[in-house]
Every structure is written in C-alpha cells, then in structure tokens.
Design a protein around this ligand. Structure first.
Ligand code: HEC
Length: 138
C-alpha cells in the first residue's frame, strides 16, 4: 500500500509538472512579444555597434554587425509581411548591408559610412511603410 501511494504521488507530480509546462494563450502571447522585442533590439544593437565601429575604424566590428543584420532577415519575424513593397524594401536593406560589409572588408571608412546611411535610410523607409499601413505583423 505504501509503495502504491508512492507511485501514485510520482504520477501525480508528473501530471502536475506536465500541466505546468503547457503555456496559456496569454503566456504564448508574452513569448511572441518577448521574441519580437528581442528581435527589434537586435536590429538597434547591431546598428549602434556599426556606428561605434565607424568611429573607431574597427572594420571587423563593422563587417560582423553588417553580417548579423543580414542574418536577422532569416528570422520568421522578418518575413511576417509578404507584400511586394515589403519584399522590395527587404531587398534594398540587404543590398545596403552588403555594401557596408564590402566597404568594411576594403577598409574604406568613407564608403562604409555612406553604406551605413544607406542602411539607415532603408530602416526608416520600411518603418514608414509599415506604419502607413497600420499593420502589426506577427
Ligand atoms: C524591410 C522592412 C524593415 C527594415 C529594412 C527594418 N525594419 Fe525594423 N521593423 C520592421 C517591422 C515590420 C517592424 C514591426 C512593426 C510593428 O510590429 O509594429 C519593425 C520594428 C522595429 C523596431 C521596433 C519598433 C516598435 O514600435 O516596437 C525597431 C527598434 C526596429 N524595427 C529597428 C530597425 C533598424 C535599426 C533597422 C535598420 C538597421 C530596421 N529596423 C530595418 C521592418 C523593417
């Protein structure tokens, strides 16, 4: 009987921990929001590090952060929008980030600064577009 109760306790505990591992819809939403804000922060962080790289002529940092910005495009969150305009702006962003990486590889600080402006322009242009359509892609 004691052993039976022991097993029962183990099963009960297992059941409880299983139930706990499931997320409520509100928690799921929090997770999406967390991922989203982490993703957005990553974009800002890389941009800041590029500015710092430009100021210090740290070409490795510039190239690395330009590359990281491009890698963010592989995240599903980036592709939440599927309109032709959005896809085109994503392409412009990628081209600008590639110019930046190239200029950093060539240790061309003026070219990299120009390419950084190009990247920033595409950030702003895309956000203007997203806001104008008042959509909140998830
Ligand atoms: C091709 C489109 C596109 C480009 C380019 C782009 N973003 Fe975004 N960005 C988005 C979308 C879509 C959102 C989400 C908007 C929303 O959900 O309201 C967003 C949101 C953000 C936010 C959060 C704003 C908020 O209201 O929470 C930040 C910060 C951000 N982006 C930074 C950047 C930076 C920095 C760059 C350039 C290095 C950049 N983004 C380039 C599409 C883009």
């Amino acid at each position: 009987m004691k052993r039976f109760l022991g097993f029962l306790t183990i099963f009960a505990l297992a059941g409880v921990s299983f139930a706990w591992s499931g997320l409520t819809p509100a928690q799921e939403q929090d997770k999406v929001e967390l991922n989203r804000s982490k993703f957005m922060r990553a974009k800002v962080e890389h941009s800041k590090q590029i500015v710092e790289g430009l100021a210090m002529e740290n070409y490795d940092a510039i190239a690395q952060n330009a590359q990281d910005l491009m890698l963010l495009m592989n995240e599903s969150m980036w592709n939440a929008f599927q309109t032709p305009e959005y896809v085109a702006m994503s392409g412009e962003f990628k081209a600008a980030a590639e110019h930046l990486r190239e200029a950093a590889h060539n240790k061309n600080v003026d070219g990299a600064t120009l390419a950084y402006f190009e990247v920033t322009l595409t950030c702003v242009r895309c956000h203007k577009y997203v806001r104008r359509w008042g959509q909140n892609p998830k």
